[in-house]
Design a protein around this ligand. Structure first.
Ligand code: SF4
Length: 162
């Protein structure tokens, strides 16, 4: 069996909505329909850690980017990103196609488009040092599992372009 050598990096909560701020979950478990788009194309998944869980835990209040943007949180994010970047760089060096990064719109930690989240800023900075630039697909704040077929279709197109 030949491996397809295609990988997508995802924010942790794409696969685990239990990690989000309480009552802010948008699926009972995972973003199944988005994940299925990846699996149907035999795209493997590298799941990032959840930096906010690691920092404050499950019972945390909502916070803004400004509130998260402290030296201690940045150092934690750097430590969490480092082993992932090491793996991604190794795949990259060995000819794997890193299709992109599935991120979370409007998250103070994991947004990659509008105002970048703290964790994604640190991750991108480390990837840049390895000369790796990723295309990002920010899951919109309005995404609700099972209700937002447009985002599912846009993700399909995103994969086809790669
Ligand atoms: S910090 Fe990132 S991975 Fe964790 S719940 Fe928020 S958006 Fe998801």
């Amino acid at each position: 069996m030949n491996r397809q050598k295609k990988l997508m990096i995802t924010a942790h909560c794409v696969l685990n909505q239990n990690a989000v701020v309480r009552d802010w979950e948008r699926a009972p478990g995972a973003f199944n329909k988005l994940v299925k788009v990846l699996l149907d194309e035999n795209v493997s998944i590298i799941q990032l850690p959840c930096p906010e869980m690691a920092y404050i835990g499950e019972e945390r209040p909502p916070k803004t980017k400004e509130e998260y943007d402290t030296p201690a949180y940045r150092i934690l994010c750097q430590h969490l990103a480092a082993p992932v970047v090491q793996q991604v760089a190794d795949y990259h060096k060995n000819g794997y196609h890193i299709i992109g990064l599935l991120s979370i719109g409007k998250s103070p930690s994991c947004d990659t488009l509008g105002e970048k989240g703290v964790f994604m800023e640190e991750l991108m900075c480390q990837l840049a040092k390895e000369n790796i630039a990723l295309k990002c697909f920010d899951i919109p704040e309005s995404y609700l599992e099972g209700k937002d077929l447009e985002t599912v279709a846009v993700l399909k197109n995103f994969l086809l372009e790669k």
